[in-house]
Design a protein around this ligand. Sequence first.
Ligand SMILES: *[C@@H]1O[C@H](CO)[C@@H](O)[C@H](O)[C@H]1NC(C)=O
Ligand SMILES: *[C@@H]1O[C@H](CO)[C@@H](O)[C@H](O)[C@H]1NC(C)=O
Ligand SMILES: *[C@@H]1O[C@H](CO)[C@@H](O)[C@H](O)[C@H]1NC(C)=O
Ligand SMILES: *[C@@H]1O[C@H](CO)[C@@H](O)[C@H](O)[C@H]1NC(C)=O
Ligand SMILES: *[C@@H]1O[C@H](CO)[C@@H](O)[C@H](O)[C@H]1NC(C)=O
Ligand SMILES: *[C@@H]1O[C@H](CO)[C@@H](O)[C@H](O)[C@H]1NC(C)=O
Ligand SMILES: *[C@@H]1O[C@H](CO)[C@@H](O)[C@H](O)[C@H]1NC(C)=O
Ligand SMILES: *[C@@H]1O[C@H](CO)[C@@H](O)[C@H](O)[C@H]1NC(C)=O
Ligand SMILES: *[C@@H]1O[C@H](CO)[C@@H](O)[C@H](O)[C@H]1NC(C)=O
Length: 474
Amino acid sequence: MLLNYLLFAGLPAFAQCAPLPDSSKDLLQSLNLPVDEVGATAFSLLYGSPLVGFRQLASTSGILELDGTNVLASHATAANASLHVVVRPNVDTIYSTGAFDLSATDVVVTLPPMEDDRFYLFGFYDPYGDLFATLGSVSSSTPGRYLLRATDASCDGYEGCITSPTSIGMLLIRVEIKNNTTDVTKVAAYLSKSSLFPVNSHEPFNPPLIAADFADLSNSTALSTLEMTARLQSRAPPETARFQHAVPAILALAGIRNGSYHQPACVNLTLASALVEAAVTTFTEAPSSYPDLGNGWSVLNNTYSGSFEYGAAVVARAIVAAALYLQVTPANALYPTLGSTQTTLTDSEAYLFTFSGRPPVASNGFWSLTMYDDAGYLVANAENTYAVGDRSNITFADGDLVYNDYDGAADGTFQVLVQDAGVPPPSNWTANWLPAPAGGGSFTVTFRLYAPTAALSDGSYVYPLVTKVNAITA
Ligand SMILES: *[C@@H]1O[C@H](CO)[C@@H](O)[C@H](O)[C@H]1NC(C)=O
Ligand SMILES: *[C@@H]1O[C@H](CO)[C@@H](O)[C@H](O)[C@H]1NC(C)=O
Ligand SMILES: *[C@@H]1O[C@H](CO)[C@@H](O)[C@H](O)[C@H]1NC(C)=O
Ligand SMILES: *[C@@H]1O[C@H](CO)[C@@H](O)[C@H](O)[C@H]1NC(C)=O
Ligand SMILES: *[C@@H]1O[C@H](CO)[C@@H](O)[C@H](O)[C@H]1NC(C)=O
Ligand SMILES: *[C@@H]1O[C@H](CO)[C@@H](O)[C@H](O)[C@H]1NC(C)=O
Ligand SMILES: *[C@@H]1O[C@H](CO)[C@@H](O)[C@H](O)[C@H]1NC(C)=O
Ligand SMILES: *[C@@H]1O[C@H](CO)[C@@H](O)[C@H](O)[C@H]1NC(C)=O
Ligand SMILES: *[C@@H]1O[C@H](CO)[C@@H](O)[C@H](O)[C@H]1NC(C)=O
């Protein structure tokens, strides 16, 4: 052993061939990856792929260029069919985002007071999309000033302290909107009272996060992922003891060293990407990954929703980041999906979603079914109805409102009609109508349940039965 070290001393070209520690071998084997440069590259791709989402939010959408770090940018308008900046925008909340960088300062986060019946969530994420802390309505956080830190700075004088596992990350604030008119103005005012500002400047222990961190990346997804993983590694290192032992040697074997990526001659990125695909398929096909909820609905196993064992669940983390970067935890929201998330209709067909009763969300929660076209955008229609849910005027079959402030007790079956935007149903269906892309075709309906109650976790709620019927016309 000693001889090996002496032989290789001063021969950096051989450094990557040093034997992997057992913890690294075990980690690769646990994912069915070969213990060599190709397996290490596949691991690095899985490990680093959520950084594509971080780049999109921090750089492509202009946060770093326009605002820099440690400042909030709010998007205080309700989404509509013209919005093509993000895929699958929701029409339930408006939001603010801020990239934080704690390498040279701590940051004060201001949570303003809001009504008791409004859902709001300040989600603190590492760059890989792991939600490490929240302030919000579900946890009944006290309004006030909180200290976000990566050091052991004093919490005196703050409502509380939030310690970030990484020196860089993202704050995403979501606040429910009750309607698309005056309430948007009200929520915009809450967002303008929310803030981030730096305090306690200290000697930087890492280089600052800047737009250049995402500039001049290669065009290939695999290469750019490995380059970003290399560039951000010192600022977003592994978070668990097991990964701190195992991951650096794997990344080094893959060619990620000293902040940059050097592809080993023996690595074919196509082969490494195929191993990533295989790991994703294995995870997706395991019944425990997407527990069945009945009536064709399933949901990502709670273990992996928005939190990934501090980054240890690399496959789930990669899948979630690709589908829904900055997902929240099950205590805050559930996103059940239909067995086949992509749905198809002709203009003479419709789907009926028959609800067994009001979805069980807390009084400060909400639910919605939102329609997206194939590209993931909201579907244009004459009514500008992009979603149907607790804040719509949906009715029971007898015409009574499902949500009626004066008669909160009555509950029972009601139906939502998914039907072509160009084929209007009879007027008693208008409020229950979720228009699908005009002229037929395929689309996705997303079911969001915010502030779910126990009936959703104990399995007693019967999810809506979805049936295909003839279009309902006058
Ligand atoms: C869609 O949203 C944009 C941005 O807020 C706004 O300018 C536009 O008027 C909206 N369109 C409709 C149809 O409401
Ligand atoms: C919109 O929400 C506000 C509460 O912020 C309420 O006062 C107002 O009546 C609502 N408007 C409509 C049209 O529902
Ligand atoms: C990436 O693609 C663009 C357009 O195809 C090309 O102009 C550019 O040179 C490419 N960059 C790299 C680093 O390959
Ligand atoms: C690491 O990278 C820095 C900057 O790119 C460079 O100055 C330094 O020499 C590199 N160190 C090693 C050991 O390669
Ligand atoms: C990489 O592997 C793929 C799939 O096996 C193969 O088609 C391709 O030719 C290989 N590339 C190189 C440069 O060897
Ligand atoms: C969720 O995943 C965990 C960890 O793999 C597993 O122990 C559990 O049984 C799964 N839950 C369900 C409902 O399958
Ligand atoms: C607001 O919502 C109502 C009801 O869904 C819709 O008729 C109206 O067009 C929407 N307004 C905007 C600006 O989106
Ligand atoms: C629900 O009905 C009320 C009263 O007619 C109306 O002001 C409001 O805009 C409607 N909301 C939606 C989402 O259609
Ligand atoms: C509309 O009226 C028809 C006929 O009475 C009834 O079958 C249907 O359930 C009603 N739809 C809604 C959403 O109330």
